[in-house]
Design a protein around this ligand. Structure first.
Ligand code: MCN
Length: 763
């Protein structure tokens, strides 16, 4: 492409600002006269609130107000949005509980907000919070999702029998039963996809300013795009969306966790309105662990049936998706995205899954990088590995034998998705070569000599990207008199480099340099339609519409140039920022067009693009120390198909970041609750190990694009691919090493103690 801006490929325009400390994050917003909020949080996982006494706190120095569940109920801020909208098994509707934004009557997880203390300094608010007296009648807590579903389990709510808030199914149960009956081999497995917490670097923060003159609220808050959060907050509070104005700067990581409206934001609204003063709250890291939505937390058990030639004939799963104490708005992904890719990259004629969604006395569950995609990929890939082990087949061969053939696309899955295009045999071959798959035996022997068990792991995965809940994506493009093009979006980067990639898309379409394009995300009061940044949808959705917007800008420009030159628009050509015509000697630059218009030229464009399916193969090698069970990733490579790539360095960074995030879950991260009290035992980085840069040394990635027709740019998403592929690949590698000492299955996290224990048992 001759207009391709090579100079900027790789360099992110936002980095100078971000790495020199000039980013403006949620906690950096302040306004004169603001007050500070501090939340009193439940110190029991399950308890009746007998009384809340705020008298002493109210009398404390600097305190301006104390708000409780009674205030939340009085405001009517009680019904959180959730998106488990479709009918479940036998027409079951999700049983949504009321969730007053400050707990009322009962607390259902440790850390739930019970009261909000507002004072003239953060310290005064924190001190006074100690004086709020809450009298609890402690109830038996239930934190294990399987136990929550067992008969006689303590109930979180009388309105939810058996703690079962939702149940749904997908696929054809009878066809699966029939195929399993006739199978030559059936692999049975139970796989645990552990509960983890996304842990973005920037903790939550929110400053709310109430404007009594028009009854509107202004938010400086951490978010992943304005539309989703605004809509959720509106449905929670009943305040119309156009009265909720968002203004934010940079976001220090989101990973799904920063998408929804949280109850704290609505509680701050109550205080800001009552006191007539802006109120600011900045979360501590402990509050993050306790109250930011967790991710994953799925248990799958089932069967994979094969015929005598090693071809998959059926797949059945019983899936338990722990939702925590309340159905949070991000909860649907755990079922929707799982169903979408239930059969992975394989042609499996019959498939069926039954999803049970229990409530437990734990932090509510939400979307975490992949939101069900890594979970189902991990489960499917564990089954395939296990089948290969049981049938003594090469893991790569078994996969190749069962891939959906390239000529079968678009491919309709047994659960009703239509995969657009993938070339799994090609992706696999490229990855096997990159990883030197056939040279593994020699490397294993070498490790053996150093006293290490070495294993090789593989994953071949697919996931949906694009689509989303919004009916379409809209952007606005303006052209001003100095020739600068500004792109307005309602999506929001959290570190993705959208200023670079969306800017590049516009710059390429216009044939101008990137420095002439400005990207403005979530301008205050924006009424553009669109989704938030999530589901790896921004490039497919917002990117595609930005491209169309630039083309429309050219068309409008041609019309204006024609007027200026006294010609017909059809007589005008456009290239590289200039309008020309064979009928005229005059050349008009973009800036001239804006000047001719005497005001800014602006176009609004919308488009709907649907889902497209990134896919890939990741091959890793892991060494296990025989004496200690300690693991080391010694090789990691991946081949990914995300369609056309806008920025190669950003795509590599996205995959690499996802890979390491997946590795964190594989080797250490896990949220653990005390089974009896329901108290979280992992509420700080002292007991919750974040992955370090050295966990996955030297990631080697290659691209292999198949063209998506869903988007005019031919792009597929990539933001979640690394997570989806790395979890199954790294578990596969570790179990391959452990297989040599008699261990056939182990659930995450694959910590040294767990591995050592399994090795002892395997002996
Ligand atoms: N890209 C590209 N060419 C493609 C596809 C993507 O150049 N063919 C670029 C994009 O333009 C964008 C980045 O790669 O700069 C990711 O694009 P995309 O796959 O469209 O995903 P989104 O931008 O919608 O990001 C969402 C995705 C999700 S769902 C999570 S969770 C996640 C992730 O991205 N959270 C992140 N990556 C993250 N990266 C950072 N730094 N921080 C997070 O919180």
């Amino acid at each position: 492409m001759d207009t391709h801006d090579h100079h900027h490929d790789g360099k992110r325009v936002e980095d100078q600002r971000l790495i020199t400390g000039h980013g403006k994050y949620a906690a950096d917003w302040s306004v004169p006269g603001q007050l500070y909020g501090h939340f009193v949080r439940a110190d029991h996982a399950h308890a009746q609130i007998v009384s809340v006494n705020t008298q002493r706190a109210l009398a404390a120095p600097g305190v301006k107000g104390v708000y409780t569940g009674a205030d939340a109920v009085a405001a009517g801020y009680v019904r959180a949005a959730h998106v488990l909208g479709s009918a479940g098994k036998n027409g079951m509707k999700a049983r949504a509980l009321d969730r007053p934004v400050l707990a009322h009557g009962k607390v259902r997880f440790a850390g739930e907000a019970v009261a909000l203390v507002v004072a003239d300094s953060a310290g005064a608010a924190a001190d006074a919070a100690e004086l709020v007296e809450v009298d609890y009648r402690v109830l038996q807590a239930i934190v294990d999702p399987e136990q929550a579903l067992a008969p006689g389990a303590p109930l979180l709510d009388e309105a939810v029998p058996g703690n079962l808030v939702y149940e749904c199914e997908a696929g054809n149960e009878a066809a699966v039963a029939e195929a399993i009956k006739n199978a030559a081999h059936v692999t049975r497995l139970r796989v645990d996809c552990t509960r983890v917490t996304p842990s973005p670097m920037e903790p939550r923060a929110c400053l709310v300013t109430y404007d009594a003159s028009n009854e509107s609220y202004r938010f400086n808050v951490v978010m992943q795009g304005v539309t989703t959060q605004r809509k959720m907050l509106s449905s929670w509070t009943g305040v119309p969306e156009d009265k909720l104005i968002y203004e934010t700067g940079d976001v220090g990581g989101g990973f799904g966790q920063r998408t929804p409206a949280y109850p704290e934001y609505a509680a701050l609204m109550i205080a800001a309105k009552a006191l007539g003063k802006p109120v600011k709250w900045v979360s501590s890291r402990v509050e993050s662990f306790l109250t930011d939505n967790h991710g994953r937390g799925n248990i799958a058990e089932g069967e994979l049936a094969l015929d005598k030639d090693g071809r998959f004939t059926a797949f059945r799963l019983n899936w338990i998706a722990d939702m925590g104490a309340y159905l949070s708005p991000g909860s649907a992904g755990h079922i929707r995205n799982t169903t979408t890719c239930l059969t992975g990259v394989y042609h499996i004629p019959a498939a069926y899954a039954l999803f049970k969604v229990p409530l437990t006395n734990t932090t509510p569950m939400g979307s975490y990088r992949g939101a069900g995609r890594p979970d189902i990929a991990y489960v499917v890939e564990r089954f395939v590995d296990q089948a290969a082990l049981e049938l003594n087949m090469d893991k790569a061969d078994l996969r190749r034998r069962n891939f959906i053939p390239v000529n079968a696309f678009p491919y309709k899955t047994p659960t009703g998705s239509t995969y657009e295009i993938a070339d799994m045999p090609g992706v696999l071959s490229q990855a096997l070569a990159l990883a030197d798959w056939s040279g593994f035996a020699a490397r294993r022997a070498q490790s053996e000599r150093r006293g290490k068990l070495r294993g090789i792991g593989i994953s071949t995965v697919i996931e949906a990207s694009g689509a989303g809940n919004a009916p379409k994506d809209e952007v606005e493009l303006t052209l001003d008199a100095n020739g600068t093009v500004t792109l307005y979006t309602v999506s929001k980067a959290q570190g993705h480099g959208h200023e670079t990639t969306l800017g590049t898309i516009v710059a390429r379409a216009l044939g101008i340099t990137l420095d002439r394009v400005k990207v403005v995300q979530c301008a205050p009061g924006s009424t553009l339609i669109g989704g938030h940044t999530g589901g790896s949808r921004t490039t497919v959705g917002v990117g595609s519409v930005s491209h169309l917007g630039a083309l429309k800008l050219i068309e409008e420009g041609k019309a204006l140039a024609a007027l200026e030159l006294n010609l017909e628009p059809s007589q005008i050509q456009y290239a590289k920022g200039e309008f020309t015509s064979s009928e005229s000697k005059r050349k008009l630059k973009l800036a001239d067009i804006a000047k001719a218009k005497t005001k800014t030229l602006s176009v609004l464009v919308g488009g709907t693009f649907g889902s497209t399916y990134p896919n890939g193969c990741h091959i890793s090698e892991v060494e296990v120390d025989r004496e200690t069970g300690a693991t080391q990733v010694v090789s990691y490579c991946g081949v990914d198909d995300c369609g056309e790539v806008i920025n190669h360095a950003i795509v590599e960074g996205q995959v690499q970041g996802g890979v390491v995030q997946g590795a964190g879950q594989v080797f250490g991260e896990q949220i653990v609750y005390d089974k009896n009290s329901g108290q979280p035992l992992t509420a700080s980085f002292m007991d919750y190990p974040m992955p370090r840069a050295g966990l996955v040394p030297e990631y080697r990635g290659e691209e292999r694009a198949t063209q998506s027709k869903v988007s005019p740019l031919g792009v597929k998403g990539v933001g979640e691919s690394g997570c989806t592929a790395s979890i199954p690949s790294l578990v596969s590698a570790t179990l391959d090493a452990l297989r040599t000492v008699g261990v056939t299955h182990l659930d995450m996290p694959l910590t040294p103690s767990r591995i050592w224990g399994a090795m002892q048992a395997g002996k």
